[in-house]
Design a protein around this ligand. Structure first.
Ligand code: BTN
Length: 236
């Protein structure tokens, strides 16, 4: 089991993890009660008040080629852990979200450092928050909102780490098919008609699969197949 270093407040658990690996620590988890500069993909702000789970898992990775799998692993480990503690079935949304009742409950931010051969997997989960600010309230939820119960964040983080390490073994053994199969089982995305906003354009089509590079495969309206590497998707 990864050793967990816990903090009351940090700027971002990913930043704290960077400080740690620069000191030479290699496999560990950072957990914080709040973050002052929590961030998401594309440097978006990640609300990090008391009540959420803010954790970063850090690994030494000689080869970063398949590192996108770590994001999938974090999402499926979160969905499995939510199932274990609440009985609810969460879904994974490509590329880095977990949804509960169609609302976002978790986001994953994976960062890599090729020179230092490190990968950081930041996981933010809405656990005990009772409500969210106007701008995100419609699209966000928490375990508390869905079940009217409170959960131990430390306990949840341990379950996630345990599940993560299980899938991480598949990753280390290059058993990527196994990871993709589990991801597809929890998928909210596959089989849906989606709109994807990418840096190179907007695409609409049926999300019909995920390929071995973790790209989302879209069947466009004109029948062509488009592999999406990065972007924001919404179901249309
Ligand atoms: C996203 O949805 O864009 C990803 C959000 C990731 C948030 C987590 S919270 C723990 C870790 N520290 C951060 O600053 N971000 C990630």
């Amino acid at each position: 089991m990864l050793k967990i270093y816990s903090f009351k407040t940090v700027t971002s658990t990913n930043e704290k993890a960077k400080e740690f690996f620069k000191k030479g620590v290699s496999r560990f988890a950072i957990l914080a009660e709040t973050q002052t500069k929590g961030r998401g993909r594309f440097n978006r702000h990640w609300l990090s008040d008391l009540g959420g789970l803010y954790m970063t898992l850090a690994f030494k990775e000689g080869n970063l080629d398949a590192v996108r799998y770590l994001t999938l692993i974090a999402s499926i480990s979160t969905a499995e852990s939510i199932k274990k503690i609440s009985g609810l079935t969460a879904e994974v949304k490509w590329p880095n979200d977990v949804l509960l009742n169609n609302k976002k409950i978790c986001g994953v931010l994976t960062e890599t450092f090729s020179k230092e051969k490190r990968a950081l997997v930041g996981i933010g989960i809405n656990v005990n928050q009772k409500k969210f600010p106007k701008g995100i309230a419609r699209k966000s939820t928490s375990l508390k909102i869905e079940t009217h119960k409170s959960y131990s964040i430390r306990e949840l983080s341990k379950i996630i780490i345990k599940n993560f390490e299980l899938h991480y073994n598949y990753y280390k053994n290059k058993n990527y098919k196994k990871i993709l199969a589990v991801w597809k089982r929890y998928s909210h995305t596959i089989g849906k008609k989606v709109k994807v906003i990418t840096l190179s354009g907007v695409y609409t089509g049926e999300a019909f699969d995920i390929d071995s590079n973790c790209n989302l495969m879209l069947r466009l309206n004109n029948g062509r197949i488009k592999r999406i590497n990065e972007g924001d998707i919404s179901v249309v």
